[in-house]
Design a protein around this ligand. Structure first.
Ligand code: AHN
Ligand code: ZN
Length: 332
């Protein structure tokens, strides 16, 4: 190698080092230019309340009933109206009592062309019995599930309403899972069977709506509308996604919602997030009302006929909805 080539090589190396150093700096700037900070839209709790009320007005939404079908149509229609590409996944699953349930998981995909995604989910079915009702005569009647079912869906519909005009950086999927609440009733004296719950998310976990589906993370909303609700850090969520749990709880605190988001340790709750993590390894967090002092661990109305609109409080909906919106709009 002659001198000229050597010096060219040295120059190239030096330039390489300089431009490497610069390109890191430039990339950061470029990232900022292509992905500026988004302003989080305002979550309208009245609107969420209305979506809950509309679901409850169908009556109990128990699989294999006409009310269930009618509500499924309403939910798919709303997601479509809000600009999602909708898939209604139909399936048959076997309940604890061997009933075959015709289920529908309702999936709304926002910006479906993006590979980088966030998954938000809630269950939309309601419990076919009221095994915790104080009146034994009413225990075999299906519940209205204003909080247990409709609240999570109502909050997610209100978030969905913003996604067309105000797209987030990652794509968003909203899934309303069916047959979460068909789990074996408490008065049947057999060993507790966790897999009798969450039949819709188990079905989806085995048959995802897209091949190789993945999301950065998932957030489950379950019983997010009751007055005075407290959301503790649920223990499976802490195992699956500890940093996301802290990020959500810190975001709530920053927005002034510490009265609802309690940093204490909650229960270990078999819920749809367990199956989303088990089957697809998507780190998922459950925001769920928890009452350590109550004998069920949940609200007094839980799996009773008191789970009506009377329990639903717009302030709780706002705390959860605005927090989740802040989390998804600040993702780069
Ligand atoms: C169990 O009690 C096993 N899981 C609570 C999940 C649930 C039921 N969420 C609403 N209803
Ligand atoms: Zn339930």
């Amino acid at each position: 190698m002659n001198n000229k080539l050597i010096s060219l090589g040295v120059i190239a190396m030096v330039f390489g080092i300089i431009s490497c150093g610069q390109s890191t700096g430039r990339q950061t700037t470029a990232n900022h230019q292509t992905k500026p900070d988004l302003t989080t839209p305002v979550f309208d709790a009245d609107s969420a309340y209305h979506y809950i009320d509309t679901q409850v007005a169908f009556g109990p939404r128990v699989p294999n009933t006409p009310e269930h079908l009618a509500c499924a149509e309403y939910l798919a229609e709303k997601l479509e109206q809000f600009g999602a590409e909708v898939i209604v996944q139909q399936g048959e699953v076997r309940a604890f009592d061997n009933t075959i349930l015709n289920i529908r998981n309702i999936i709304g995909q926002f910006q479906p062309e993006k590979n980088d995604r966030i998954l938000l989910f809630a269950h939309w079915d309601t419990r076919p019995f009221a095994d915790h009702d104080p009146d034994p005569a009413l225990r075999n009647k299906p519940i209205l599930g204003a909080n247990d079912g409709a609240s999570g869906v109502g909050v997610l519909l209100e978030i969905a309403r913003h996604l067309k005009e105000n797209p987030t950086h990652p794509g968003i999927d909203i899934i309303f899972f069916d047959a979460e609440d068909y789990g074996i009733p408490d008065h049947i004296q057999v060993a507790y069977k966790p897999d009798t719950w969450c039949l819709g998310s188990q079905f989806w976990g085995r048959n995802p709506h897209r091949k190789n589906y993945y999301a950065r993370f998932g957030i489950l909303l379950d019983m997010v509308g009751a007055k005075g609700a407290q959301f503790y850090r649920e223990q499976y969520s802490m195992q699956f996604a500890p940093r996301l749990v802290d990020h959500i709880w810190n975001t709530a605190a920053r927005l002034g919602f510490s009265a609802w988001f309690n940093f204490g340790t909650g229960g270990m709750i078999t819920d749809d997030h367990v199956y989303v993590y088990k089957h697809l390894r998507i780190p998922s967090v459950n925001i769920i009302q928890y009452e350590p002092a109550s004998h069920t661990s949940f609200g007094h109305y839980w799996h009773t006929h008191q789970d009506t609109m009377d329990n639903i409080d717009r302030n709780t909906l706002k705390a959860v909805g605005q927090t989740v919106m802040e989390v998804i709009y600040t993702e780069k």
